[in-house]
Ligand binder design. Structure first.
Ligand SMILES: [Zn+2]
Length: 261
């Protein structure tokens, strides 16, 4: 089996954490059966990529879950980095349509450098030997989609920004690994985000082999993400970890190991 991994370039979410950089906010870098994907390049993604000695030219795809700045700020600079300043066009940019249309976050001049794919609910894409599926559109304040990546080590699901709704668990049922964005401890109905109890409910219903919490807002940081992950493990019996900036998790099909890059 080929070695696959995820590296967290950033684990911050929400205005206060991202604007003050209490945690980095560069999204996560996947290496799945040697296919390299950057998901949600928020502010500082380019900086973290180089700090962690990753090679942007090796990327096969950049994916946006949605247009909010903490997920998309570095999309243009990372597309240039992937394509050597546009001199070596290659790779895919997979994005919701509202990142391309009115008030676009993807600049016009960047577009010829990549193969742009607009996400639709239910869509499936193949890159090399891996598959990317979009099981459901989430409920957020703009078009938002989280993929399930299928690779030789299993299925990895990503639940991006969303408010809780009952169909979410069914959409991600059967994944082996699950990354969940948990911005808040308590819900504010004006902000359509998961809180920690809703994340626990999803972990309990989906029951992956391992769940990874990330994208923490200030409330979650103050409540210690590590402690919250431990509580969810105690309540559900599922292995849950809180991501840290620069954390690498390897998927070997049997278990995953936390280690620092
Ligand atoms: Zn958002």
């Amino acid at each position: 089996m080929k070695m696959s991994s995820v590296i967290f370039l950033g684990t911050g979410g929400g205005r206060m954490v991202v604007l003050n950089q209490f945690r980095s906010s560069g999204g996560f870098w996947l290496n799945l059966d040697n296919v390299k994907i950057l998901q949600d390049p928020g502010p500082g993604s380019l900086v973290m990529v180089h700090k962690l000695k990753l090679k942007p030219r090796e990327l096969d795809a950049i994916i946006l879950s949605h247009r909010h700045i903490d997920h998309s700020n570095d999309v243009n600079v990372m597309t240039e980095a992937m394509t050597g300043g546009g001199f070596h066009p290659h790779g895919k940019l997979i994005t919701p349509g509202d990142c391309l249309n009115s008030d676009p976050v993807v600049l016009e001049y960047i577009r010829p450098m990549v193969d742009i794919i607009e996400i639709k609910e239910g869509m499936e894409i193949t890159i090399g030997s891996i598959k990317i599926k979009y099981p459901i559109k989430t409920m957020h304040s703009c078009d938002t989609f989280g993929p399930i990546y299928e690779f030789s080590g299993g299925k990895l699901g990503y639940i991006p920004d969303t408010e809780y709704f009952p169909e979410l668990a069914g959409a991600y049922k059967g994944v082996d690994y699950l990354v969940i964005n948990v911005v808040r401890m308590k819900t504010d109905i004006r902000i359509r985000h998961l809180n920690i109890s809703e994340a626990e409910k999803l972990v309990n219903e989906i029951r992956p082999k391992k769940a990874i919490l990330t994208h923490f807002g200030l409330q979650v940081l103050k409540a210690s993400p590590g402690l919250q992950a431990k509580k969810i493990t105690e309540n559900t019996g599922i292995d849950v970890v809180a991501a840290r900036d620069g954390m690498k998790l390897e998927f070997d099909g049997r278990e995953s190991l936390d280690r620092w890059v």
